[in-house]
Design a protein around this ligand. Structure first.
Ligand SMILES: [Zn+2]
Ligand SMILES: [Zn+2]
Length: 427
């Protein structure tokens, strides 16, 4: 029973030959390689190598046509040299990674009966791919899916994949090239002073980045009044997939129906290079090497794609007295041998100003004393501060007068000790 004739957006299959050139995805791979449909793997390989030598970009520098041709034969070879891909291509009339073999087999079987699909409900998810949207409203492809299931293949979703493969897949040639592309991330290194990193700062930077072209508003094209020569102003052209035909947005005018020319400012990229002032806040406690992410401040995306991110890498400067390790501040403080021997309260500098430090009696040179929470406030943990580590450096008195020397000799007599005694057993 011919339950349904293809109607509406799907034209009858008798017209399929006229519009073959308009099909970006349904290419004649055999014709491209100049081989018969029955060609062996070896014949395919030979044909490809011969053509590849002729059209390789290295042999034809700057020749766009040769480049296109090389891409074409590479694509044909990619599919035909792989027996699995070739089988799907033979069955369906095109190849996409999204098609699984069982579905292709079912499609080939179902395609022999063009009445097998019925107009009916919607095909809402058909245009979910990010390729060119196309109108399937008013058609129900569930019968096709049913055919797949009846032969043990997967259900209707695979057929949707076929369709998204036609229009959104990498085989989509010129049409797919214009799809939105995400902008790339940018990375800038910024030198800040020691105190700026600790106390925070507002930096005014000039960031060179790719911005949306204001001449074409990022589309890469300029539209002019008049009628597109390709679609005669309809905005749609007919594409064929196997035995089915679809109306899709015209690739030449992008569905506008008006002539388009490549934007002369951005040369079709949709983005231009420009330098913009940007104010970046550095949090108090920012560490050397820290990356600050500014979402969406990277390069603009092409053809309406989202922008990338901007990363600021902070390089914190040094200080003549304070040495920073993470959130801790290190400092070396000289004390006299008397202060070290007897103990003392001394004043030491911190990043907040002077503070009192108790040096315990008998402190040795190189000993480290900790001043809790006198370090750097953490940039990542609220209310948390590092410590200040004070390294003691004992300064020996320079005695010149006889009286002082006598006192030191007296001291040595009273405290006979050999500081090197512990070394010998270890040698
Ligand atoms: Zn532009
Ligand atoms: Zn057009």
């Amino acid at each position: 029973m011919r339950a349904s004739e293809p109607a509406g957006e799907i034209l009858s299959e008798e017209q399929s030959d006229e519009s073959k050139e308009l099909m970006p995805a349904t290419k004649d791979y055999y014709g491209i390689l100049g081989i018969k449909k029955t060609a062996s793997g070896e014949e395919i390989r030979k044909a490809f190598r011969k053509l590849a030598r002729k059209y390789h970009p290295d042999v034809n520098p700057g020749d766009k046509k040769a480049e296109e041709k090389f891409k074409e034969i590479s694509e044909a070879n990619d599919v035909l040299s792989d027996p699995k891909k070739r089988k799907i291509y033979d069955q369906v009339g095109f190849y996409s990674d999204n098609i699984d073999p069982a579905t292709a087999a079912a499609y080939a079987a179902g395609g022999g009966r063009p009445g097998g699909y019925a107009p009916g409900g919607g095909f809402g998810e058909g245009s979910r791919g990010q390729g060119v949207p196309f109108d399937f409203s008013g058609f129900d492809f569930s019968d096709l899916g049913g055919a797949g299931q009846a032969r043990g293949g997967p259900g209707g979703s695979s057929f949707r994949d076929i369709f998204s493969g036609i229009f959104g897949g990498r085989g989509g040639a010129g049409v797919a090239d214009e799809g939105p592309e995400e902008g790339s991330d940018l990375e800038y290194q910024v030198n800040v002073g020691f105190w700026q990193a600790i106390r925070g700062a507002e930096l005014r930077l000039n960031i060179a980045r790719q911005d949306v072209c204001s001449n074409c508003h990022g589309t890469g094209y300029l539209e002019s009044p008049g009628v597109c020569p390709e679609c005669k102003g309809a905005g749609q052209v007919t594409q064929t997939s196997g035995r089915m035909k679809f109306n899709v947005p015209c690739p030449r005018c992008g569905g506008t129906g008006h002539p388009r020319t490549v934007c002369n400012v951005c040369r079709g990229e949709g983005v231009v290079n420009r330098t913009d002032p940007l104010t970046v806040r550095i949090k108090p406690g920012t560490r050397d090497g820290q990356r600050i992410r500014l979402a969406g401040k990277g390069n603009a995306g092409a053809h309406g794609g989202p922008p990338g991110d901007l990363y600021i890498i902070v390089r914190a400067g040094e200080h003549p007295v304070f040495r920073r390790e993470g959130d801790d501040i290190h400092i070396t403080v000289p004390v006299t041998s008397t202060e070290a021997a007897l103990g003392a309260k001394i004043e030491v500098p911190t990043i907040d100003g002077r503070t009192q430090l108790k040096v315990p009696p008998g402190t040795q040179s190189g000993q480290r004393l900790r001043l809790r929470e006198k370090g750097v406030p953490s940039a990542t943990k609220d209310g948390v501060r590092g410590d200040q580590i004070v390294e003691i450096k004992i300064i020996v008195p320079k005695v010149h007068d006889e009286r002082s020397k006598e006192i030191l000799r007296e001291l040595a007599r009273l405290n006979p000790e050999d500081p090197r005694a512990e070394i010998w057993p270890k040698v």
